[in-house]
Ligand binder design. Structure first.
Ligand SMILES: [Fe+2]
Ligand SMILES: [Fe+2]
Length: 302
């Protein structure tokens, strides 16, 4: 595993990076359910991403593939193709983790996965209508993806700088999430650029963010309750006991650096509304690229 020191090192700016999917192998079959020791609630909350992300990322891929024939800027189209390759690989890796690891711990993900499939295929898929109506709907979905990618970049930056390693987290699972997070930092501008290619305005961004933020909070909270209902360490606790556990865990875990601070995410949400906001303001491409060059999961596949 890459050391924290390597992850924290400030590297030379690599300049424009050519985006490409990396072949990776993560063996999480022996990973404990609570993969950050002594931090079961943060483990479960971050595990929700294994269930939530694949359908969302397949939706990104389909929406980008719908947009690509309309893009006449070859550099942007190349970035979008790199983004599509990376997101498709992310979805596949998280699907594999759910099959080889989560089910083995007695957590049946079927109910939640079906809900995600329904939301991303039926609610957020393409709609019938005139060519103008179809394009309008496409641009709205591209802005929604850009707003969601604001959070994947923030979480990616968190993963690259958190203290999972020092806290003894399972390094196969941590490597998987940091690899994903590093690629999120690497391609953080692409969805924004793709949406802005068609139409950009503070109103469009604000409208997309005001949908994306509650949507993500709702999906994460739903997934967290879903996993906890099958986790024997919490399933039988009363509502009061669970609430107390969640609040205490949040303050303890965010102080320990194993879970993002909600105040930081809230502030970053406000920043998104500034007209001067650009995705490159979040995270460090050099740090992400350095991690990706050293990630055991990527090296194993190579
Ligand atoms: Fe992703
Ligand atoms: Fe992404």
């Amino acid at each position: 595993m890459t050391t924290q020191a390597t992850r924290s090192t400030v590297e030379t700016d690599p300049g424009k990076v050519e985006l490409h999917a990396r072949n990776v192998v993560f063996d999480v079959s022996k990973t404990p359910l609570h993969w950050i020791p002594d931090h079961p609630m943060s483990s479960n909350m971050i595990t929700v991403l294994n269930l939530l992300l694949p359908e969302g990322e397949r939706w990104f891929v389909e929406t980008f593939n719908e947009a690509l024939p309309l893009i006449k800027d070859e550099a942007l189209a190349a970035d979008m193709r790199g983004f599509v390759g990376q997101e498709a690989m992310h979805a596949e890796v998280h699907d594999r983790a759910v099959e080889s690891w989560l089910r083995g711990h007695g957590v049946d993900p079927t109910g939640y996965l079906k809900q995600m499939e329904w939301i991303f295929l039926n609610v957020l898929g393409p709609r019938d209508g005139s060519p103008e109506q179809k394009q309008k709907h496409l641009v709205e979905r591209l802005w929604l993806i850009a707003a969601i990618e604001h959070y994947t970049a923030l979480l990616g930056d968190f993963a690259l700088n958190c203290s999972w390693e020092e806290r003894g987290a399972d390094m196969n699972m941590a490597d998987m999430f940091i690899w994903h997070g590093a690629e999120e930092v690497e391609h953080r501008s692409v969805a924004h650029d793709a949406a802005a290619y068609f139409a950009d305005s503070p109103l469009r961004r604000a409208r997309a963010m005001s949908l994306a933020f509650p949507f993500l909070v709702w999906l994460m909270a739903r997934g967290f309750r879903f996993i906890n209902s099958q986790d024997p360490s919490v399933a039988d606790k009363s509502v009061l006991e669970k609430t107390s556990l969640y609040v205490k865990s949040y303050f303890r875990d965010s102080r320990a650096g194993v879970f993002p601070k909600l105040s930081h995410l809230a502030l970053a949400t406000v920043t998104y509304f500034k007209p001067s906001f650009v995705p490159a303001d979040i995270g460090d491409t050099a740090q992400a690229v350095a991690f990706l060059a050293a990630s055991p999961g990527a090296r194993r596949a190579a």
